[in-house]
Ligand binder design. Structure first.
Ligand code: PAF
Length: 284
């Protein structure tokens, strides 16, 4: 049996609720970090942010089958619960909720939460059903834990905006906080799927961040789509990316297209490099 400083691993919704209820009864606040595991520094920075924002930090590790398409990597998605548990323990997390698929979806579960419009564009266009899977599981996790604050990475910027919109529309009483993207020294956004990159592809991967950072700078300096976007896509393809799903400058909140620099905007990209599709974004 592994030894932890403070961490408890719970597998049932009932036990998770019971432990959190005891804190709530004492008026102590709860910060929640939902994840799919295979944790890296980026996730741990979310835990540190939750530690700052609440009295207690809890996390979930659940590879949610509902947010994977039929030809996606659910079966081979990287998993290592014991390592995750130790990293969470060291980062100050007190409860790891790690349910089984049966615990989360007994008898299938037919109800879905969908967030149309903002959930249908960009990632949603290329991964149909993805945001419905995310919104449904996040709604369940928030109702199971009823935290004061939940922290999500800005790396998945559209996901963060979809969740903010969902929480607002459904009056879920939780504050949603975004945390800055964790990056490797060469700028590559940290992601569990980076492990799919070959050593050669790993050398090319940082060009993704460099390119969107250049797009943001050029946009501020007055360059505009479509020429600016075409230049950036060519730069990615020339560097060795196989395909660019999208590279767009969008409103920072509703993700509608923007053509001028007088409101907060974001450059968002998804591009294929060998096996993984890498996503990233930066503010303009
Ligand atoms: O970002 C993730 O890891 C997942 O989409 C989330 C929010 C944990 C839902 O499964």
């Amino acid at each position: 049996m592994a030894e932890y400083k403070r961490l408890r691993i719970v597998r049932t919704i009932a036990e998770f609720r019971q432990l959190l209820k005891e804190w709530r009864r004492k008026d102590e606040t709860i910060g929640f970090v939902p994840t799919m595991g295979y944790l890296h520094e980026g996730h741990l920075s979310l835990i540190h942010q939750a530690n700052e924002l609440a009295d207690h930090t809890v996390a979930s590790v659940f590879v949610n089958p509902r947010q994977f398409g039929p030809n996606e990597d659910y079966a081979v998605y990287p998993r290592n619960e014991e390592r995750d548990a130790h990293l969470l323990d060291d980062a100050g997390c007190e409860i790891l909720f790690a349910p089984t698929v049966d615990e989360m979806y007994p008898d299938g579960g037919v109800t879905k939460v969908s967030v149309p419009e903002i959930g249908d564009i960009l990632v949603g266009h290329y991964r149909p059903g993805f945001f419905t899977g995310v919104a449904t599981v996040v709604t369940k996790l928030l109702l199971q834990s009823l935290p004061d604050v939940a922290v999500f990475g800005e790396k998945d910027y559209q996901q963060l905006m979809v969740i903010k919109r969902m929480v607002k529309d459904l009056d879920i009483p939780v504050r949603i906080e975004g945390a800055p993207t964790g990056r490797e020294e060469d700028g590559l956004a940290m992601s569990s799927r980076n492990t799919y990159l070959t050593p050669e592809e790993r050398k090319v991967a940082p060009v993704l961040h460099q390119t969107i950072a250049q797009v943001a700078e050029k946009f501020r300096a007055g360059e505009r789509p479509p020429e600016l976007i075409q230049w950036a896509k060519n730069q990615l393809l020339d560097a060795g990316f196989d395909k660019v799903d999208y590279l767009e400058i969008r409103d920072a909140e509703d993700l509608a297209p923007v053509y001028d620099a007088n409101r907060p905007a974001r450059v968002l990209v998804a591009a294929w490099l060998g096996k993984p599709r890498l996503i990233d974004n930066v503010p303009v």
